[in-house]
Ligand binder design. Structure first.
Ligand code: PHE
Ligand code: NA
Length: 501
């Protein structure tokens, strides 16, 4: 059986954009940008996009295209065992993320239904915590009982995702993205157009774009920009390597990477504009400053947005459905891509059929995800998300560029490979971004994070992340992040199935 392939160029681009455009664009970007200097954040953001995001995307597309394997197999072919573990590390980071990412999609699905009659009532915050998540009776680290309101949509999320993966790359993932992504763009455009024409929209947009230039010199802002770009572009997750391994031989790699990168950022900016226009509207309705309603962090989508929907001047249910359906679609196309990374890795390593890998790998992730559908699920989700992002994604990215450029010394090989089929030529700029700029920035970033998290986390003066108990952080966060690395190393020890060696 030959390797699976995308049917068309547009199919690949839609799938790559589908992976990139996710929950991160809609609820994460707006508040990260706002908290980190508003308009001034765009400078570090663009810098991170151009020096790290797109160059790494090009690198991952080229690796997948050249070595034609899942991330572990591609790294194995590029550098043997000393590189293979890195591919598995990315795969396990993706695995962990998929277990809770699915749960947030399940919330969005449930909220789509709540939207019809604004079942969340006036106090949307206590509705989320007490009525929907039933968080009130448990302490961090306890599971409590299963929350059926989350569990049932969660099952649906996995059935849809695994069902699509079972159909394969061309007939499953490609077709799903061909339907979901254009639908998402249309739904989202309707929301944004409505949002910017609401009364008070300009106030919100001013708050969003008004630059706080003092913030540009703050290293934390740069860390936020790099961290967001990695998450948002789905790089350093083994994902883009896997997706590009299904490209036909003659494919313009560099162009595809630019299109994917700019489409993702365009969507993100649009989301920022839509969300802040709506926040401006709400602030105007309540006669409070925008800062007061915007300062909701992760609660933005599930607490503040329902409030905005309550205030809408008409068609409230309709716009609520549009918004949460957008979140659901954006999330599903990303979850497919995350899950595909371990499906591909397991298939190739152990020589099992694709369907078996989907059932075993996806089934395992689905089972673990039930943990986050319990009464204490939100705490687990919070800790896992924080630590896997801090010590998973950025760390894999840092090791990846060092491995490719400095240890395997593949920059030139990859450059000529990409140039063979691409319109835009890679030059010295690409190698400098990958080999020098990105490692320096990420290196500083990791150093700062380690200092802050490991040294201060357990220092009683500053306290733990979110004030959680040290034990809970150790087992729930640090151990999970470490387990992804250890599992990665263990998986690289065995032999490849003879089909792929
Ligand atoms: N890029 C996705 C987003 O912006 C998130 C994601 C992360 C998707 C990891 C796949 C893997 O939401
Ligand atoms: Na994104």
């Amino acid at each position: 059986m030959g390797r699976q392939q995308w049917g068309t160029r547009a199919g690949f681009i839609l799938a790559a954009v589908g992976s990139a455009v996710g929950l991160g664009n809609i609820w994460r970007f707006p508040y990260v940008a706002y908290e980190n200097g508003g308009g001034a954040f765009l400078i570090p953001y663009l810098f991170a996009l151009l020096t790290a995001g797109i160059p790494i995307l090009i690198m991952e597309f080229t690796i997948g295209h050249k070595y034609r394997g899942s991330a572990p197999l591609s790294f194995f072919r590029a550098g043997g065992k000393k590189a293979e573990w890195l591919g598995w590390w990315g795969v396990f980071v993706a695995f962990v993320i998929s277990t809770y990412y699915a749960v947030i999609i399940a919330w969005a699905m449930r909220y789509t239904i709540f939207s019809f009659d604004q079942a969340w009532g006036e106090d949307t915050g206590s509705f989320l915590q007490a009525d929907f998540l039933q968080l009130t009776e448990v302490a961090p680290g306890e599971t409590g009982g299963i929350v059926w309101g989350v569990f049932i949509p969660l099952v649906l999320v996995w059935v849809i995702t695994l069902g699509i993966l079972l159909k394969g790359v061309k007939k499953g993932i490609e077709i799903a993205n061909r339907i979901f992504i254009p639908t998402l763009v249309i739904l989202f455009l309707i929301i944004v157009v409505r949002a910017v024409t609401l009364e008070g929209a300009a106030t919100g947009l001013n708050a969003f774009f008004q630059p706080d230039f003092d913030q540009i010199m703050n290293p934390a802002v740069w860390v936020a920009a790099y961290g967001h770009i990695f998450f948002s572009l789905s790089i350093a997750f083994a994902i883009m390597i896997t997706y590009s391994s299904y490209l036909p031989k003659k494919s313009d790699i560099t162009n595809n990477a630019f299109i994917t990168g700019f489409a993702n950022s365009g969507f993100e900016l649009l989301a920022g504009i839509g969300v802040f226009a709506a926040l401006g509207f709400m602030a105007t309705q309540l006669s409070v400053p925008v800062a007061e309603v915007a300062d909701a962090g992760v609660g933005l989508a599930f607490v503040v947005f329902p409030q905005i929907i309550n205030q809408f001047p008409g068609f409230n249910g309709f716009f609520g459905v549009l918004f949460f359906l957008s979140l659901t679609l954006a999330g599903l196309t990303s979850l497919m891509s995350i899950t595909e990374t371990y499906v591909a890795g397991v298939t190739e390593k152990f020589g099992v059929s694709r369907n078996k890998a989907v059932i075993i790998g996806g089934g395992l992730a689905a089972t673990i995800s039930i943990l986050f559908a319990t009464q204490g699920g939100l705490f687990f989700l919070d800790v896992a998300d924080y630590y896997i992002n801090q010590f998973g994604v950025a760390a894999v990215g840092l090791v990846e560029v060092i491995m490719v450029v400095w240890i395997l010394r593949k920059a030139d090989t990859l450059q000529s490979h990409a140039n063979l089929t691409s319109d835009i030529r890679l030059g010295l700029w690409w190698k400098i971004c990958l080999g020098v700029v990105t490692p320096i920035v990420l290196g500083f970033m990791m150093f700062g994070l380690l200092k802050q998290n490991i040294l201060q986390e357990f220092d009683n003066d500053t306290g733990n992340y979110e004030g959680y108990a040290t034990e809970f952080i150790l087992y729930g966060g640090v151990a999970v992040a470490a387990a992804a690395l250890i599992a990665g190393i263990l998986f690289s020890l065995g032999k490849w199935s003879k089909h792929h060696a």
